[in-house]
Design a protein around this ligand. Structure first.
Ligand code: ADP
Ligand code: MG
Length: 697
């Protein structure tokens, strides 16, 4: 059904085809609806006027009412510039133009009053605004104080004199035309409960705010709406799944009890116990479990995984644990093997390098049920790998595996889908996890086992290099091993590789008495693994590498992590890298190397690393600094597509929106209640191609 919102913008009075075409091309704005939903991203306060005598350089911008007292064309060595003297009775200042000089020579009238707006800067003791916004002030009118919304624009648009003010003009024309057709999208009860303004008013206040309060009200309302629908979609998806997919009921605990009583190697932390309880509740619920366990490196996820598998084995089923690399799979296998031996359980490892005979044995053991646990890499996904009764799949380091791969694991048990436990050492803020993995329930191991020595983290500059090497030498002399990590990204791959090799040579020259490994992404996986193994076995003492050293790789004797050009890494990535050390009994160190000139953001990143070792806190800061789009592993998700809400700042709104969405779907899954009609109607409008709503409506 065509609506007024589908009207093409060239039909808006005052727009014209040329500008409409530019907006199509530059901003993807085609229709009235698009224009209405091109939200301003900030506001400039034009309600306040400053006097020239009050100006200071810290002001991001100032608005001044004054009079032009002189105009002069100055021809210096370089470009010529137009300089106007501007005064307001308290002092005078200069307005300067380097471009469109001819235009402004005509425009500026001496002794006329103007309102100017721009960033004041001091040049030779005189305040100056370059290329100010300027308009003639007609003195019979009151001072026109207002909030100017600022819209995202491109250079091309600016060249054609399309500015934020142009949008304000268009919206003024557009709103009265479309207003009668703007339907409320939230139920009355929610509007009342949270004192949210109507959708109609929200558009008005967002684009044409009269004051700060109106602007805030508009944002709050639209953020709520956005997050509410985001959660509604995700939750309904997970409700659908839970209602649809039964899970095997695992409620026996004889093996588990034996393990707890006789073999548990340490007391579980409170966080581990809590997560195990959450998992157990899922496993006995009769519904398929889909749970994400977030926990920093070293928080003890492995034992949680093992205990989860015991629950399934207790119930007569099998477990499978998948890791992204051979070396990680090997490591898990070695660790779990010890526990399995104590309990007389059969466990095998399956990777790309497993031999033919070995595979055959494994396949048979899985099929006849004598093999209880399979640990492996992607190799476990192959179709030939079939189970007698797969009850639980554990995926370690989740961000490497996509949803498609999870689905392939489901298919390994066609009678009842196996329970799924996904584990990640890259904690992301709960807010983000909720929007990103809304189809997974979330558990957090937010506590480290006792007695772990914090890693000492320091920030050092290029000039301190010799001292850093001196420190490395001391640690090596104590028998410790060291990682030195270099950045490598595709865009500057050649240069980065050169830096890596130069770094490698420098280290070899500086530490001739030690063996140095090198590992990078251009090497064949086999060679990488070989080199990693050498380091792990202690045959080499220094490992020079790019970020390919795997998450979760355990070399307890490695106690120093040097990160070169640390400013080029994201915060979460730095934290990940630091997690490679601190796995043994020794004091561990992380040294962040940078040059002296650092941006504000970089400083904040380095400071955060030095002051905190808490992955949840660090990822929150990372989210604030970079926004969700850049956070590790979330780029391709496509789920965090928010226009106005900000996951770093709007956690509280998200929480409420999620509660409400949950509550509504719980009470009224088909959205049949009269008061939920606005939701049902809005959903049918925004129907997402990728999600099927047929199931709930
Ligand atoms: P993660 O996989 O979360 O990075 P691991 O499961 O590898 O962490 O555990 C890190 C180390 O801590 C292992 O050596 C493990 O045996 C040990 N560990 C785990 N839980 C505890 C605990 N509750 N008390 C003491 N040590 C623990
Ligand atoms: Mg682990």
């Amino acid at each position: 059904m065509a609506s007024v919102f589908d009207t093409r913008i060239e039909f808006l009075k005052g727009m014209g085809t040329a500008r409409a075409e530019l907006l199509n091309k530059e901003l993807g704005i085609f229709t009235f609806g698009d224009l209405l939903e091109h939200y301003p991203f900030r506001y400039e306060d034009r309600t306040r006027f400053s006097r020239i005598s009050e100006l200071n350089e810290q002001m991001p911008s100032a608005q001044i009412l004054g009079r032009i007292t002189g105009v002069e064309l100055v021809k210096g060595k370089g470009k010529q510039r137009l300089v106007a003297t501007f005064s307001d009775g308290t002092a005078s200042m200069e307005l300067v133009w380097f471009q469109s000089i001819g235009y402004f020579q005509k425009f500026l009238k001496i002794h006329s009053n103007y309102i100017v707006y721009g960033k004041p800067a001091l040049f030779g003791g005189i305040f100056t605004i370059q290329h100010p916004e300027i308009e003639l002030y007609q003195s019979d009118k009151p001072l026109p104080g207002y909030f100017q919304p600022i819209y995202s624009l491109t250079e091309k648009l600016r060249k054609k004199f399309i500015e934020s003010k142009s949008f304000t003009g268009w919206i003024r024309t557009l709103l009265p035309q479309v207003e009668p057709y703007i339907h409320e999208t939230l139920p009355e009860s929610i509007l009342t409960r949270y004192r949210l303004i109507s959708k109609k008013t929200a558009y008005q206040y967002l684009h044409l705010p009269g004051n700060l309060q109106e602007q805030n009200q508009a944002q709050r309302r639209l953020k709520f709406e956005e997050l509410f629908y985001n959660q509604l979609k995700l939750i309904s998806l997970s409700l659908v799944r839970k209602n649809e997919f039964a899970g095997q009921i695992f409620n026996k605990t004889s093996l588990l009890t034996t393990f707890y009583k006789d073999h548990l190697p340490f007391d579980l932390t409170g966080a581990q116990k809590r997560v195990i309880r959450e998992v157990f509740d899922d496993m006995k619920s009769g519904k398929q479990m889909n749970r994400l366990v977030q926990g920093d490196v070293g928080s003890g996820k492995t034992i949680v995984a093992f205990i989860t598998m015991l629950m399934a084995i207790d119930g007569g089923a099998q477990g499978c644990m998948m890791a992204p690399t051979e070396i990680l799979a090997q490591q898990h296998y070695t660790n779990l093997r010890k526990y399995c031996d104590l309990l007389h359980l059969n466990i095998r490892l399956l990777t790309g390098s497993s031999g033919k005979k070995e595979r055959k044995e494994i396949h048979e053991g899985l099929l006849n049920g004598s093999l209880h646990i399979l640990v492996g890499t992607h190799a476990v996904l192959e179709d030939v790998v079939q189970f007698h009764n797969l009850g639980i799949c554990i995926i370690d380091e989740q961000h490497r595996f996509g949803v498609a791969q999870r689905a392939r694991l489901w298919e390994k048990n066609t009678r009842t889908y196996p329970h799924m436990l996904v584990m990640t050492a890259t904690p992301i803020p709960r807010t983000l996890a909720m929007t990103l993995f809304g189809d997974l329930d979330i558990s957090e191991i937010d506590e480290l086992p006792p007695g772990r020595k914090p890693i000492k983290t320091v920030h050092r500059y290029e000039a301190n290099r010799l001292a850093v090497w001196g420190f490395m030498r001391e640690e090596l002399a104590k028998g410790r091993q060291i990682y030195v990590v270099f950045p490598l990204i595709e865009e500057s791959e050649k240069l980065d590789l050169k830096n890596l090799f130069d770094g490698y040579e420098n280290i070899r020259a500086a530490f001739p008495e030690y063996a140095v490994s090198i590992v990078h992404g251009k090497m064949k996986p086999k060679d990488k693994d070989y080199e990693m193994q050498r380091f792990k076995k202690g045959e080499t003492q220094i490992m020079v590498a790019t970020t390919v050293i795997e998450v979760g790789v355990d070399v307890p004797n490695a106690s120093v992590m040097v990160i070169e050009s640390a400013h080029r890494f994201g915060l979460s990535q730095l934290h990940q890298l630091r997690g490679r050390v601190g796995r043994g009994a020794e004091q561990s160190y992380c040294i962040l190397m940078t040059g002296y000139e650092l941006s504000k953001d970089t400083r904040k990143r380095m400071e955060t690393m030095v002051e905190s070792e808490n992955g949840f806190y660090i990822s929150k800061i990372d989210l604030e600094l970079r926004g969700p789009g850049d956070l590790a592993g979330t780029q391709q998700s496509g789920l965090v597509d928010l226009k106005i809400a900000n996951l770093a700042r709007d956690e509280e709104i998200l929480r409420i929106a999620r509660e409400e969405a949950f509550d509504i779907l719980h009470k009224d899954p088909g959205l049949e209640f009269a008061e939920h009609l606005p939701i049902k109607m809005h959903l049918s409008k925004i129907k997402d191609k990728s999600l099927s709503w047929s199931r709930i409506s």
